[in-house]
Design a binder for this molecule. Structure first.
Ligand code: DC
Length: 223
């Protein structure tokens, strides 16, 4: 069973995807972490993320490996370095380029196929990577709620943060992600939209588990 979870920055998709995978004993695949790892390298090498040619050349000399909840950039574990808003924004910029997406999608498909049962999180997971996913969820929440969550998360990780700055970054990233040509952030009609603005994590998980049971029951009824 493949469960695809998408949604804008700060919608709670990572927290939910991780918790759900753990409860169900499924493999967790964080596709955004791969774009973020490449974003980190773009920053380290002082490449302009708007310079498409340079970014494309960079993938040819980069190795990104997703290993459970760890992401390795050229063999180095960068999982805890890539969570910042700055890297999220660079990731969003470079994710516009088709050759970058092709490189990532190929790797993500392989991981999903090997896993058999997986919760896969990220933009094109239910539209491109696994368009036949059994359950497709689009998590959302108001920008203000998402900014508050991000502030809380980043503070816990020890990053210095300011609410207004984060809200601004979230709005900028929404605009880029919604309006881009390649795999824009948009639920197709086979997605179930879950507005998490006033829901806690336990309530969300309970709700998703009820959707899974329903899906399984409907599948049985079809045979
Ligand atoms: O989900 P996230 O915030 O970690 O993702 C960072 C950026 O990477 C996001 O703004 C868009 C991009 N991304 C993508 O284009 N496709 C994916 N499957 C995952 C992330």
């Amino acid at each position: 069973m493949i469960i695809a979870i998408d949604g804008p920055a700060g919608s709670g998709k990572s927290t939910v995807a991780k918790a759900l995978a753990k409860e169900l004993g499924f493999v967790y695949i964080d596709t955004g972490a791969m774009y973020r790892a490449l974003g980190l390298k773009v920053i380290k090498e002082r490449i302009n993320p708007d310079d498409k040619e340079e970014v494309i050349k960079l993938i040819e000399r980069t190795e990104i490996v997703l290993d459970g909840s760890r992401v390795l950039l050229d063999g180095e574990d960068v999982s805890s370095l890539i969570k910042t808003e700055e890297i999220g924004n660079v990731a969003s910029k470079i994710a516009r380029y088709l050759p970058v997406r092709k490189y990532m999608v190929e790797k993500q498909r392989e991981i999903g196929k090997r896993a058999k049962n997986a919760v896969i999180e990220g933009r094109d997971t239910g539209t491109v990577i696994f368009s036949d996913a059994n359950l497709k969820l689009f998590m959302t929440a108001s920008p203000e709620v998402r900014a508050k969550r991000r502030v809380h998360q980043l503070k816990e990780k020890g990053f210095p943060v300011d609410y207004n700055h984060i809200l601004q970054k979230i709005l900028e990233r929404d605009k880029m992600d919604y309006e881009r040509k390649e795999s824009p952030l948009r639920p197709t009609e086979d997605y179930i939209v879950v507005d998490t603005s006033s829901m806690g994590i336990e309530e969300i998980i309970r709700y998703i588990k009820s959707l899974i049971s329903e899906r399984l029951k409907n599948n049985q009824d079809d045979y």
